[in-house]
Design a protein around this ligand. Structure first.
Ligand SMILES: [Zn+2]
Length: 309
């Protein structure tokens, strides 16, 4: 069995405007990096749009309506100072969330071993009722809710190694004791949430805070000490990854010093745990990563690790 790559050209049509770091060029760089001989075995599959039913498992009606109504017919519209939409943003956002659901369908059906969703806009800052931080819908959380509603998978882990804390995903985990949310991120940094003390009322949240300029060795040691053992103990039925690559040393938005080798390492660790508890069932979705070359090489290292299974 192989690894699937879920993506869609519509995700290139979300354009927050010239100079915005979350540019269509990011996805082009990722897709270019996944061409060539080493990636020939990838099953390339189109990301379908999420249905309203899928979105409503996480987001209230009002939020879905507000996002879709904010999409302009031409030009740009600001949801907040960072979160800007263009005419193509609605379809891109629907396909970004739909990709995770479709990837879960393929992995659970046993058609592919695991999957990477190369999509944008990202999702982990999106609160159930608030778009923010470049994110419109919480793609990974919509996927988690889909896995539970359709396949009865109860215990779902979401591991987030983006340099920023996924405040939206944490909010969702706080309200659901059967979601494990584990995040490593630079501290302090946007959005300001994610201290180690934030564990949730059911202690199902683990935050690993890394000071600015932390090295890959420090990242690996912190993950091995706290997050990975807690995840192992949680015994997930499905493992989801919020794969942001902005902890890379070259990233202009983050201040950590990770390299491609660290992204490969964490992916292998997570695959190990997925094999131990859920038959290797793992779906990863792109979050941040704003240095085009580092994003390309890091996502390639991540997918190469997924393909070793
Ligand atoms: Zn980020």
């Amino acid at each position: 069995m192989t690894t699937a790559l879920f993506t869609h050209d519509a995700c290139l049509n979300h354009n927050p405007g010239r100079g915005h770091p979350e540019s269509p060029e990011r996805l082009r760089a990722v897709l270019r990096a996944l061409e060539g001989e080493a990636f020939e075995r990838l099953a390339r599959l189109p990301a379908p749009p999420a249905t309203r039913e899928q979105l409503l498992r996480i987001h209230p009606d009002l939020h879905v309506d507000r996002v879709m109504q904010a999409i302009p017919t031409y030009g740009h519209a600001d949801i907040d100072a960072d979160t800007i939409v263009s005419p193509g943003s609605g379809e891109a956002a629907l396909r970004a969330a739909g990709a995770v659901c479709a990837a879960i369908d393929s992995v659970v059906a046993g058609e592919v071993r695991n999957a990477f969703c190369a999509v944008r806009p990202p999702g982990h800052h999106a609160e159930p009722d608030q778009a923010m931080g470049f994110c419109l819908f919480n793609n990974v959380a919509v996927g988690a809710a889909h896995a539970r509603a359709v396949y009865g998978l109860q215990r779902i882990a979401i591991i987030d190694f983006d340099v920023h804390h996924g405040n939206g995903t944490q909010t969702i985990a706080y309200a659901d004791r059967d979601i494990f949310y584990g995040s490593s991120h630079q501290w302090p940094l946007y959005p300001g949430t994610g201290s180690v003390r934030e564990q949730g009322p059911n202690a199902n949240v683990v935050n690993v805070c890394l000071p600015p300029r932390s090295s890959g060795a420090e990242f690996q040691s912190a993950m091995s000490r706290t997050l990975l053992p807690a995840l192992d103990q949680f015994q997930p039925d499905l493992l989801l990854i919020s794969a942001g690559f902005d902890a890379h040393t070259l990233d202009p938005l983050g201040g950590l010093n990770l390299t491609e080798a660290d992204f490969h390492w964490i992916t292998m660790q997570l695959l190990d745990i997925a094999w131990r508890h859920c038959g290797g069932r793992l779906v990863s979705v792109l979050e941040g990563g704003y240095h085009l070359e580092a994003l390309a090489t890091s996502s390639a290292a991540h997918v190469r690790a997924l393909m070793t299974q």
